[in-house]
Design a binder for this molecule. Structure first.
Ligand code: BES
Ligand code: ZN
Ligand code: ZN
Length: 499
């Protein structure tokens, strides 16, 4: 609906109306007529502290006069000059949570016509889609007792002074982004006995069908034929088959210059013979967060169809203990031909990624981004809210950082020096070792993967800290976060724009 200044409450479609409220102006953003009518009342409520304009604070008012609008959610935006896209996204997340808690499924949202120089009305529409979609995500569970997980944000009316179609399409792309994130969250939250490598493969097959990707789900025999000794070594102790999942988004007649998105898909990580302690093992169902990020990004790519060839490669298995399992001191041969001395079977992610990266290169990848819940080291270094990165290509990484700043997903780069590489290459019996030590071991984990990227421009993302969260946040519940889904997709979008 296009808003004019003459609009009145009666013209608004839904019973629940969301409006933003900024500090200094003490008025409803973008709606002079509303301010003219309710301005004095709002001013009084703010003065009496019954209504807050504080950033991200939400106050609900019930409309008692005869009106189709029954309630107004005032969303505090603080000083609008200082408002960032990040805060706005989180604010919409909170609004979504409030709607969900109250069970309001149809909502009209008044978009501010002007926020500040940095944020356009189209941006607001996009952020509304992202924030409302992510904020209302509900965890998939297996409880048999009745509970209210059936909330659905069913209808959103956008009230705006800009071009309606444009605003709606920005909002819808925001929703697409949020849905892909939410899908990834569900994958991360699924237990290892249910989401096996085979099941992950089936999920990817359906995704491929839905969007018309060229899809290859390789089973154990094909993985053996390819000589993926590193992926097979990790799978060796399991009764579950491994999968190599390949999806191609092709936009040119010839398959040229694809970027590879490579994901770690460990469906459960016991550590193997280098067994994890009983506290450290819980939560290891989420060790396929990298795979989930890649699949989420592919969902967005399937929907928005950027003009860039993309290949997704996911190496998936669980990491188990049995009489057949691989052991410390084993020497294995990767698909690349490089031999690896196993010093720690819990450093399995880098092994499966090694073969996935080699596969991506053989498929012609001219740039590689790998994503993995790779090391506890990244949590020690950066905490739970920052993704750690390594790279061998400044320009590629700069572009990636631009994407991550736009999506609000914090990424911080660590160094990878020649002396680090020496440690990775130090072995009496093989070309590489998979665990040079615990000092700065995020770098060893990622650096190991880099040995297989070789000279191909490459970015490594360690999401061990960011892939799951122990507590509820503005954009979602505790559990899987779907981190890097949005950044990977918007990175590919940027590369497409450069073509
Ligand atoms: N999957 C773990 C990393 C991890 C830790 C993910 C915590 C999520 C939360 C990975 O396979 C692992 O076990 N890494 C080891 C590497 C070490 C053996 C060199 C680690 O971080 O301790
Ligand atoms: Zn491990
Ligand atoms: Zn792992």
């Amino acid at each position: 609906m296009i808003l004019t200044n003459e609009v009145n409450l009666q013209e608004i479609q839904y019973e629940t109306l969301v409006v933003g409220l900024s500090t200094h102006l003490e008025q409803v953003e973008g709606w002079d007529a509303f301010t003219a009518t309710f301005g004095p009342q709002i001013t009084e409520l703010i003065r009496s502290k019954d209504l807050s304009t504080n950033e991200k604070e939400i106050t609900t008012f019930h409309v008692t006069t005869d009106s189709s609008v029954k309630r107004i959610l005032f969303a505090g935006i603080g000083n609008r000059k200082k408002l960032t896209e990040d805060t706005l996204r989180q604010l919409f997340g909170r609004v979504g949570k409030t709607l969900q808690k109250k069970g309001y499924s149809d909502v009209s949202v008044l978009l501010p016509s002007f926020v500040n120089e940095e944020i356009s009305e189209q941006d607001v529409a996009f952020l509304a889609g992202e924030g409302l979609g992510m904020g209302t995500y509900q965890i998939l569970d297996y409880k048999t007792t009745a509970h209210d997980t059936d909330y659905d944000l069913a209808a959103v009316e956008l009230l705006s002074q800009a071009d309606e179609q444009e605003i709606v399409s920005y909002f819808e792309v925001g929703l697409i982004y949020s849905e892909a994130v939410n899908e990834a969250r569900t994958l991360v939250n699924m237990p290892g006995n249910i989401l096996t490598a085979t099941e992950l493969g089936e999920y990817a097959r359906e995704l491929g069908e839905e969007f018309g990707f060229e899809t290859h789900i390789l089973g154990k025999e094909e993985i053996e034929e390819l000589g993926m000794g590193a992926l097979l070594a990790v799978n060796q102790g399991s009764t579950e088959e491994p999968r190599l999942i390949v999806l191609k988004h092709q936009v040119t007649d010839k398959w040229e210059d694809p970027i590879a998105l490579v994901g770690k898909g460990i469906t459960f990580d016991t550590g193997g013979y280098s067994l994890k302690p009983k506290d450290g093992i819980v939560g290891m169902k989420g060790d396929m967060g990298g795979a989930a990020a890649v699949l989420g990004a592919m969902r967005i790519i399937g929907e928005t169809k950027p003009n860039k060839n993309v290949i997704a490669v996911i190496a998936s298995t669980d990491n188990m203990v049995s009489g057949n399992a691989f052991k410390p001191d084993d020497v294995i041969t990767s698909m690349s031909g490089k031999t690896i001395e196993i010093l720690n079977t819990d450093a399995e992610g880098r092994l499966v990624l090694a073969d996935a990266v080699t596969y991506a290169k053989q498929q012609g990848a001219t740039a590689i981004v790998d994503v993995a819940t790779l090391t506890g080291g990244v949590i020690v270094a950066l905490g739970m809210d920052k993704t750690g990165a390594l790279t061998n290509d400044e320009a590629l990484f700069e572009e990636f950082m631009e994407a991550s700043m736009e999506t609000g997903e914090f990424v911080w780069r660590l160094p990878l020096t020649e002396s680090d590489k020496k440690r990775i290459r130090k072995s009496d019996v093989a070309d590489l070792n998979n665990s040079p030590g615990r000092d700065g071991h995020m770098i060893f984990g990622g650096g190991f993967v880099g040995e297989f990227a070789e000279n191909t421009p490459w970015i490594h993302l360690d999401i061990a800290g960011t892939s799951g969260t122990p507590s509820e946040h503005d954009l979602g519940p505790k559990g899987g976060t779907g981190v890097m889904v949005r950044t990977l997709a918007s990175f590919v979008e940027r590369l497409a724009e450069q073509e």
